[in-house]
Ligand binder design. Structure first.
Ligand code: HEC
Ligand code: HEC
Ligand code: HEC
Ligand code: HEC
Ligand code: HEC
Length: 369
């Protein structure tokens, strides 16, 4: 009897204790203090502004702001990640990131992620796709379980190609924009920056010996592509704007925004993509990991498509130039296989329908390439 009563008492105490802890968590959840700190800081800031404010209108605005901050709404902040399948179903996805419940200062986050946010906006991609951790959790320890924190940690994720593939695939499923293929992410690092071109010198160091026939073939022809345009009369005659239209295809890593390129000519990375990440694997002696990425890089499959270099209307501008400069011999500057077409084109009267003629060339190019 005595033991039973003691046990009952013990259980009762435990029950009351755990109910208390549970209740306390509901009324006063752990994450609340981070929001309190944040609003407190904001409030102090506005109070200071108010002290120094002059115009009546400004003062009124600040007062409204202050009133809101004095009675802030403490709540769970979350991003429902709109995955591919759920997007099609017009539903929210299964995945939810609540990191912002504690990391509530958006301004600060934006500042520390200035390269990242432009490419991977938080409201679409959330946080855990890059940082790992457990997006749903509201407790520091749980949320940060297996998290990647700093730049160095983030770069660590790039040390394994499986992790990169998983991340790319997740980025792709989270992307609501139809235009973005998952290949697009492969030209970015996890820090949001564009992946860096290493220059063919780096590749040649190993591949001159490893894959000699392939290397020799491209070195003889494509690597020389910049020299070829430099000798062309229309290029020499053209201003910088004209020349820039040539760089897109005759250099490696041309950036339309800045008008700069990584290397002259069509070198290894023009076709295999910027080598920062896969070159890194190869340098580490984990070439097979690198080869997986080098092989499927987006540049690899676009050659003849309407974004690739071998697209049909690539030399529209040039033909026009030679038509206007009849004293030059165009056949020196177009491959012999285009002789008949160029011939016809140049000898037509000026009123010729350019678009139609270029369509002829277009279909011809399609056959040849
Ligand atoms: C319950 C509150 C809370 C939640 C939820 C939370 N964090 Fe944190 N986090 C903190 C606190 C507090 C710190 C700073 C102290 C520390 O390093 O533990 C921090 C630090 C970090 C840091 C490192 C900052 C540094 O410089 O060391 C990263 C990165 C981070 N959190 C990411 C996340 C991500 C991603 C999530 C969601 C998966 C998340 N956090 C969820 C409270 C939280
Ligand atoms: C595209 C990848 C990416 C996404 C998405 C991302 N981060 Fe980060 N985050 C980074 C990188 C890279 C760093 C390291 C920045 C540095 O150290 O220069 C970082 C650093 C941090 C830090 C430490 C620096 C600081 O501001 O104190 C915190 C905290 C953090 N992230 C939280 C978050 C939260 C919360 C989200 C979601 C709202 C998020 N991150 C989304 C890549 C990302
Ligand atoms: C440290 C030496 C090294 C460097 C530097 C290097 N590679 Fe490699 N690469 C290798 C090795 C080793 C292989 C595996 C070859 C094999 O499959 O037998 C490889 C494989 C490849 C493959 C895939 C081959 C396949 O099987 O499909 C490509 C493409 C490639 N490299 C391109 C590049 C490019 C482009 C660069 C320059 C940005 C580069 N590599 C830099 C050593 C290197
Ligand atoms: C859309 C891509 C693209 C653009 C833009 C481009 N080229 Fe080319 N160019 C090529 C390709 C591909 C070849 C390879 C030869 C072929 O098969 O037609 C080439 C070859 C050439 C040749 C060698 C002769 C020939 O017909 O093969 C010259 C000269 C040349 N380009 C000059 C220029 C100049 C000058 C510009 C700028 C006004 C320019 N290209 C813009 C893709 C382009
Ligand atoms: C004009 C585009 C182009 C250029 C430039 C190019 N590659 Fe390739 N590369 C390809 C294509 C397409 C394949 C796959 C088909 C094939 O084997 O030809 C390939 C295959 C490879 C392979 C695997 C096949 C093999 O031969 O072992 C390696 C390794 C490679 N490339 C490395 C390089 C390196 C290093 C450079 C620079 C010296 C380079 N590539 C330049 C397009 C290119």
């Amino acid at each position: 009897m005595e033991i039973k009563r003691k046990l009952f008492l013990l259980f009762s105490i435990m029950l009351i204790l755990s109910s208390y802890i549970w209740l306390k968590d509901v009324v006063e959840p752990g994450w609340k203090k981070y929001q309190e700190e944040y609003y407190e800081q904001k409030r102090k800031g506005v109070e200071k502004e108010l002290e120094n404010a002059k115009g009546a209108e400004e003062i009124e605005k600040l007062k409204v702001k202050l009133a809101k901050l004095q009675k802030p709404k403490y709540e769970i902040k979350q991003i429902l990640l709109l995955g591919e399948y759920s997007w099609a179903n017009q539903r929210n996805g299964q995945k939810v990131d609540r990191c912002m419940t504690c990391h509530i200062d958006e301004g600060k986050l934006k500042a520390s992620h200035n390269t990242v946010v432009k490419t991977f906006p938080f409201d679409i991609y959330g946080c855990s796709v890059c940082h790992g951790g457990s997006g749903r959790a509201l407790d520091v320890e749980q949320a940060h379980h297996n998290i990647f924190k700093h730049k160095r940690d983030m770069r660590k994720r790039l040390e394994n190609s499986d992790a990169i593939f998983a991340m790319w695939e997740e980025f792709a499923t989270l992307s609501p924009e139809e235009e973005i293929e998952w290949g697009d992410f492969k030209n970015r690092t996890i820090t949001g920056e564009k992946a860096i071109y290493m220059g063919s010198g780096r590749c040649l160091r190993c591949h001159t010996g490893l894959t000699a026939p392939h290397v020799e073939r491209w070195k003889r022809v494509k690597f020389e592509s910049f020299r070829v345009i430099q000798e062309a009369p229309d290029f020499i005659d053209g201003d910088e704007n004209y020349r820039k239209t040539c760089y897109e295809c005759h250099t490696t890593g041309y950036d339309k925004e800045t008008g700069t390129y990584a290397e002259e000519g069509i070198t290894c990375e023009a076709c295999h993509g910027p080598g920062e990440v896969f070159g890194y694997f190869m340098d580490l002696g984990r070439a097979l990991d690198g080869a997986k990425i080098a092989r499927i890089t987006p540049a690899y499959n676009v050659c003849g498509s309407n974004t690739g270099c071998h697209r049909s209307r690539r030399h529209e501008k040039r033909v026009k130039y030679f038509r206007e400069n009849k004293e030059l011999d165009p056949y020196e500057w177009f491959k012999p296989k285009y002789k008949r077409l160029v011939d016809e084109f140049l000898n037509e009267s000026v009123e010729m329908n350019i678009i139609n003629k270029l369509d002829v060339i277009k279909s011809h190019y399609k056959l040849k390439n």
